[in-house]
Design a protein around this ligand. Structure first.
Ligand code: G3P
Length: 225
């Protein structure tokens, strides 16, 4: 990474066609090779069904599920358990993404279950208020993403007051929680701005997954040519 910032980059593969199945595995491999070359911390949030194949192909990559449910072994047809993603090799899980919101009672329970099993949790919040509420549940990370900017070309970093408020608010509740921001993040300037505003990094998707060349887009994001 050029400069002296060292952001965490979390790439949400969502259910994009070019980031599903075999394509997810290949994209993960190429991006992790680039991350290692430039010494950048990369995490990928994958569909549950793709975690095992990504970990088989790229064991050193940190892989999260995009969602889990708070249930364990038993009669829970169709749910995604912490045990199943751990068995697949996952390191953690995203929870409460804007596209997969969870009732806060269930979210609190799911965070506990995930952490008890040894999974790290990035809980998403759509506002400073939600970040504050979720901070009381003690996730490892809170990623603040204004829903209206998700998937668009306007970066969350154009709202510095939102980021500053989020960082301060979460820190007041629990200073152990690391804050990330996301939505519309596409450039090195977006990443450096997020870091200047005291976040630990960014959560993004389309800036890389929808780019013509995801590796080049990733390089641009981390400030290398
Ligand atoms: O989870 C990341 C996400 O919701 C932001 O999406 O496409 O705006 O980077 P995007």
């Amino acid at each position: 990474m050029s400069g002296d910032i060292s952001p965490l980059i979390v790439l949400n593969l969502k259910t994009y066609e070019n980031a599903t199945g075999y394509e997810a595995e290949k994209m993960a491999l190429r991006l992790q090779e680039t991350a290692e070359e430039y010494n950048v911390a990369l995490t990928v949030a994958a569909q549950a069904a793709d975690i095992y194949r990504i970990k088989e192909e790229v064991p050193q990559l940190t892989v999260y599920a995009q969602h889990i449910d708070p249930y364990s072994y038993g009669a829970y047809t169709g749910y995604i358990t912490a045990e199943s993603i751990l068995n697949a090799g996952a390191d953690g899980t995203l929870l409460n993404h804007s596209e997969r919101k969870i009732d806060h009672g269930i979210l609190a329970e799911t965070i506990n279950v995930a952490q008890d099993k040894g999974l790290d949790v990035i809980a998403c919040a759509d506002s400073v208020l939600e970040a504050e509420q979720i901070a009381h549940f003690g996730p490892d990370y809170i990623a603040v993403e204004p829903p209206e900017l998700i998937g668009g070309d306007v970066s969350v970093t154009t709202r510095p007051e939102l980021i500053i408020d989020s960082v301060e608010t979460v820190r007041k509740v629990d200073e152990r929680i690391t804050v990330l921001v996301g939505a519309g993040v596409k450039t090195y300037e977006d990443v450096t701005k997020a870091m200047e505003l005291k976040t630990a990094g960014v959560l993004l998707a389309s800036g890389i997954t929808k780019a013509e060349n995801p590796v080049e887009a990733f390089k641009g994001l981390i400030g290398v040519k």
